[in-house]
Write a protein that binds this ligand. Structure first.
Ligand code: PSU
Ligand code: MN
Length: 306
């Protein structure tokens, strides 16, 4: 996507930051429109931007508004998006559908990676990526986020793959696709709300500078594709695996009974787990996305150092 594309617009703040060589961090918007209830979604979006700034980088929240892929939203635009209904949940398949037909949509991890790359942003913070769903070997429900990580050169800072998924199959898929999975400061791969997944992380790094160096070394060798950084939630906010599993089983059964399919699966499960956990999962989700934004800001600052 060339910079002159009228369907891709950097906000004046982001354009100025870019021109000044300031480190940038991309932020997704599906977590706002489909991942959390109002008003926590809006409050969290602002807190996440603040966390990126506190780390010394400039946050660019990304969404398609009336057909324009916008890199950097104003607070009033975020407020409107956080309450809007009928917002599309956009991935690689339909990002351009929204820009072609003047639609409004939020960007998932996959679509945000495409937008970040097009805008020249190397680091992106999210909550948890999509992956291979439980039963994915027969349902073929595999998030487009995984293929995007294989293709697009962006560092994605997450708390791992969401625990509603089959983490083992997700790791196999990422390995096949050549995506480095790096746990931050941990030997175990975290699982979103929980710091335990029961799976050893393929790689471990302990400092933002090391993550920057690793991605620079990949680029120097001409190795294409993204990197998944998995940042464990602090003990204070993390939920024990045994606790969260009960809610997940219940939510999965409810999704099957209600015949939820396709794009609706993940938002349904997240929403149901907020209800079943009486808000505990939402608190953890808010904490983890902020921690990921901080780390992403630190990585962006490290990448910008000569
Ligand atoms: N992280 C969160 N909440 C979310 C998501 C990530 O804390 O709602 C979103 C991301 O946009 C991710 C999407 O790409 O969930 C995965 O959707 P699916 O499983 O349908 O690919
Ligand atoms: Mn899916």
């Amino acid at each position: 996507m060339p910079a002159s594309n009228p369907n891709l617009v950097l906000s004046p703040r982001i354009a100025a930051a870019k021109a000044a060589g300031k480190p940038l961090v991309a932020l997704e918007s599906t977590i706002v429109t489909h991942g959390m209830p109002h008003p926590q979604n809006f409050q969290t979006a602002l807190a996440v931007e603040a966390a990126v700034r506190a780390a010394g980088a400039e946050p660019a929240t990304i969404a398609v508004i009336d057909g324009v892929l916008r890199i950097g939203l104003e607070e009033s635009e975020l407020a409107a998006l956080a309450q809007a209904s009928g917002v599309l949940k956009l991935s690689r398949a339909d990002l351009a559908f929204a820009t072609a037909f003047g639609r409004t949509g939020s960007t998932t991890v996959a679509a945000t990676m495409i937008a970040a790359k097009a805008a020249g942003i190397a680091v992106f913070a999210t909550g948890g990526i999509g992956g291979v769903h439980r039963g994915g070997a027969t349902s073929l429900d595999v998030s487009a986020d995984l293929e995007e990580l294989a293709r697009t050169d962006v560092i994605v800072v997450s708390a791992g793959a969401k625990a509603i998924l089959d983490i083992g199959l997700t790791l196999e898929y990422l390995e096949t696709k050549g995506v480095p999975v790096v746990a931050y400061g941990s030997d175990e791969l975290p699982a979103f709300w929980s710091s335990e997944s029961g799976h050893k992380a393929p790689l471990r790094l302990d400092r933002p500078e090391e993550i920057a160096r690793f991605q620079q070394a990949r680029a120097a060798l001409g190795v294409k594709g993204g990197m998944l950084v998995a940042n464990p939630l602090s003990a204070e906010h993390a939920i024990a695996k045994a606790t969260i599993e009960g809610w997940i089983d219940r939510a999965l059964a409810d999704a099957a009974a209600a015949r939820i399919i396709g794009k609706a699966v993940t938002p349904f499960l997240l929403g149901r787990i907020v209800e079943l956990s009486e808000g505990r999962s939402l608190k953890a989700n808010i904490a983890l996305i902020q921690a990921n934004a901080t780390l992403a800001g630190e990585i962006a600052v490290a990448l910008a150092r000569p």
